[in-house]
Design a protein around this ligand. Structure first.
Ligand SMILES: [Ca+2]
Ligand SMILES: [Ca+2]
Length: 149
């Protein structure tokens, strides 16, 4: 959504530039009379946006070559990669070695250690949630992911 300046006229062109740190992704849109009346224009950004962080700003210019000041910069990030894969159906594996034969007092003393196998599309910063249920209550663990070397 681009808010129009007071001096915007029908036919002026809005240019929205998104930058991923390397490349500019440029969208242009010609202002209509209805948008002038509304005071803003809804614009779908052109291009394909890969996962990453983007800085965006908008400028309005006219046919005579006059331009507005740029809008305040707007930051957004794209993360279209699901840990569940394209279909959302990929699942992690869960193993608790000491669960074999029951967890005894000695094994319980240092907590219950689980190993979670990550899906192919797991990314740094994704959160693992392990839920244990005793038939009545959920015991939820969200460990801080760490790199296994
Ligand atoms: Ca992701
Ligand atoms: Ca243990």
């Amino acid at each position: 959504m681009v808010g129009l300046t007071a001096d915007t006229q029908e036919g002026d062109v809005i240019t929205i530039t998104a930058n991923d740190g390397t490349n500019d992704f440029v969208t242009t849109h010609t202002v209509t009379l209805a948008e002038l009346t509304a005071g803003s224009a809804a614009v779908t950004l052109a291009g394909t946006y890969a996962d990453g962080d983007y800085t965006t700003s908008a400028v309005i210019s006219d046919a005579a070559g006059n331009s507005s000041a740029p809008s305040n910069p707007l930051l957004f990030s794209v993360d279209a990669t699901s840990p569940g894969g394209v279909t959302g159906t990929d699942a992690p594996t869960l193993a608790i070695a000491e669960a074999a034969g029951g967890i005894n007092a000695g094994e319980l003393a240092d907590g219950i250690q689980a190993v979670v196998g990550l899906t192919a599309d797991t990314q740094e910063g994704d959160v693992i949630t392990i839920t244990a249920n005793d038939g009545t209550n959920d015991f939820v663990t969200t460990p801080t992911p760490r790199k296994v070397t």
